[in-house]
Write a new protein. Structure first.
Length: 342
């Protein structure tokens, strides 16, 4: 949940944001349970809204637009957010705007101290999504490549589960990897030399499972750390190589990295080093805004509103889109003037 304001001399400004994590609840089950997630959303959304308004020193009277995540995602959780948002907008006689989840991630670096400029290549690594996009402006997104099976986030999570680590798996694997030797196991780099910009990480998970069987029933902590480090290195190598190839292919020197995997420090180190070698620059959202959050949704809505791309609705009707390709969002490709994004 978040509150942002648009500005004439720069990108929207974050006034307040609050986040409630369901990680502890889902950890008991080793992953997200959709029904539990939806029920918890119902309990948390109104208190979070009150918290954000109090933090910003604002009231509902100062709100001009109510935004919500329309998709993609779990249908039940999306319906909770959409229902509350549209009901609130109707009660206040305000427009409501459904925002694409991945557009929120893609634009989240505009909340950083050093925001990017258009155009740029975006590496979106969020949950079940691994995509490279050519971004020319707000709403102007061209898909360059995507995962054909498991995404990078899924590879982290599934490997963590194989190693007996807790939920969420990605951060747990990264912590264990910091103690290991990344060259200990020769794991595959799927599609590294495919010549295209697609990803595939299902085979890597299978290779990790095979290595674990070879290590026996009770591998030492050192071997587990080595396998975690080798897995992380394989994922990072592929993401970095494909990102640099995308920059070269599109003739760009700006890369935006967003989504939960974008918080991985080893990935950031690898991308920064690779970009420096070709004279490029990498932009990230603040670490706290890499995972799903309300600030990125509010930001995306504010940018669309600011540049006349907000398809707002006052009817009180709404729908959600659990499956929604980012390239279908559209909006005309509004490019803010350099003074607004530099």
């Amino acid at each position: 949940m978040a509150l942002v304001e648009t500005r004439s001399d720069g990108p929207p400004r974050l006034l307040a944001e609050a986040l409630y994590s369901q990680a502890a609840m889902h950890a008991e089950y080793g992953g997200v349970v959709p029904e539990l997630a939806s029920r918890d959303h119902i309990r948390r959304v109104v208190p979070l809204a009150r918290q954000v308004l109090a933090q910003a020193g604002a009231t509902l009277a100062s709100v001009d637009l109510v935004a919500y995540t329309r998709g993609p995602g779990l249908a039940g959780a999306l319906l909770v957010g959409a229902g509350v948002a549209v009901a609130l907008a109707s009660a206040l006689d305000l427009p409501a705007l459904g925002v694409h989840h991945l557009e929120g991630h893609l634009l989240s670096p505009f909340l950083a101290e050093d925001p990017p400029q258009f155009p740029f290549v975006a590496l979106l690594v969020s949950g079940g999504h691994s995509q490279l996009m050519d971004v020319r402006g707000v709403g102007d997104y061209t898909l360059l490549g995507e995962t054909i099976d498991d995404a990078a986030g899924e590879a982290f999570d599934k490997t963590a589960k194989l190693l007996g680590l807790g939920y969420p798996g990605g951060p747990a694997l990264a912590r264990l990897a910091a103690l290991g030797n990344a060259q200990a196991f020769a794991l595959p780099r799927p599609l590294l030399h495919s010549g295209n910009l697609d990803f595939s990480f299902a085979g890597l998970k299978t290779a990790v499972a095979t290595q674990l069987r070879k290590l026996g029933d009770d591998p030492s902590e050192r071997l587990r750390a080595d396998l975690a480090a080798s897995t992380q290195a394989a994922i990072v190598d592929v993401l970095a190589a494909k990102s640099m190839r995308a920059l070269e292919t599109r003739g760009m020197r700006r890369l935006v990295v967003a989504g939960g995997v974008g918080a991985n420090l080893r990935l950031r180190e690898k991308l920064d080093a690779a970009a420096a070698r070709i004279g490029a620059k990498v932009h990230y959202p603040p670490l706290a805004l890499c995972t799903d959050n309300g600030a990125m949704i509010a930001l995306a809505a504010a940018l669309r509103l600011q540049y006349g791309l907000a398809d707002v609705d006052r009817s009180g009707a709404f729908d959600v889109r659990p499956r929604w390709p980012l390239a279908d969002v559209g909006g005309g490709g509004a490019v803010p003037p350099p003074t607004a994004i530099s």
